[in-house]
Write a protein that binds this ligand. Structure first.
Ligand code: ADP
Ligand code: MG
Length: 198
């Protein structure tokens, strides 16, 4: 029911490969004190560094501790909310994303938000504010959010709610997907470009 896209656990995460991720901090998150306190987690970084893996693993931990959780890709989320608004059933659809104690919103930043989507996203984040946790993953640094939402004022309002009670994990470093290729020398040294900055 949580619609997790695949099975990943924290035990499967190689912290030695990604030294910018503090194992102690992630294991503290796995106690779910952040869910209890309706604190948000924001995982930032370039593709392949483990953002979705950590989000799925933490959602799995939440479920095993009895919290409701739901995983959604941001593109699917925005499509659903926009369609619901057009069909005058936005409130019912919003409830689906307000009800879980933990909502994972994956892959924010790959596509820009049009004005309708940006406004719906703001509604969702501000209604969940201090009510339930969000884990958000993004390949865009927070400084790029104004451009991503096409509206600096709205982006600031979203970040204000999202970050008031939040932990930001900024993952720098190489893509795990490229690990074997880098080892075999296909790519030379790890690519650093595109690292998110706050
Ligand atoms: P992102 O969401 O940051 O683009 P993913 O979480 O999808 O990256 O990671 C890409 C793949 O690499 C997944 O199969 C994931 O399980 C794996 N992976 C990434 N980082 C690690 C890691 N440090 N240890 C083990 N597997 C990892
Ligand atoms: Mg991902």
């Amino acid at each position: 029911m949580a619609r997790l896209p695949y099975k990943k656990t924290l035990e499967e995460f190689d912290f030695t490969f990604q030294p910018s991720v503090d194992k102690k901090v992630i294991h503290e998150m796995a106690t779910m004190s952040f869910v209890y306190q309706a604190v948000n987690l924001v995982f930032l970084g370039p593709p392949g560094v483990g953002k979705s893996h950590l989000a799925v693993a933490l959602a799995t931990a939440a479920l095993s501790q009895g919290y409701s959780a739901y995983f959604v890709n941001v593109a699917e989320l925005m499509d659903e909310l926009k369609r619901a608004q057009e069909e005058n059933r936005l409130n019912a659809r919003m409830r689906k994303y307000l009800r879980p104690k933990l909502l994972v919103i994956d892959e924010v930043g790959y596509l820009p938000f049009d004005p309708v989507a940006a406004s719906l996203f703001f509604q969702l984040i501000s209604t969940r504010y201090e009510q339930g946790s969000v884990i958000l993953t993004s390949n865009k640094g927070l400084g790029d959010w104004g451009q991503m939402f096409g509206d600096a004022v709205l982006a600031t309002a979203i970040l204000d709610r999202l970050l008031h009670h939040a932990h930001i994990v900024n993952i720098r470093g190489a893509s795990y997907r490229m690990r074997d290729k880098m080892r075999s020398g296909v790519y030379g040294s790890p690519a650093r470009e595109g690292s998110a900055t706050v």
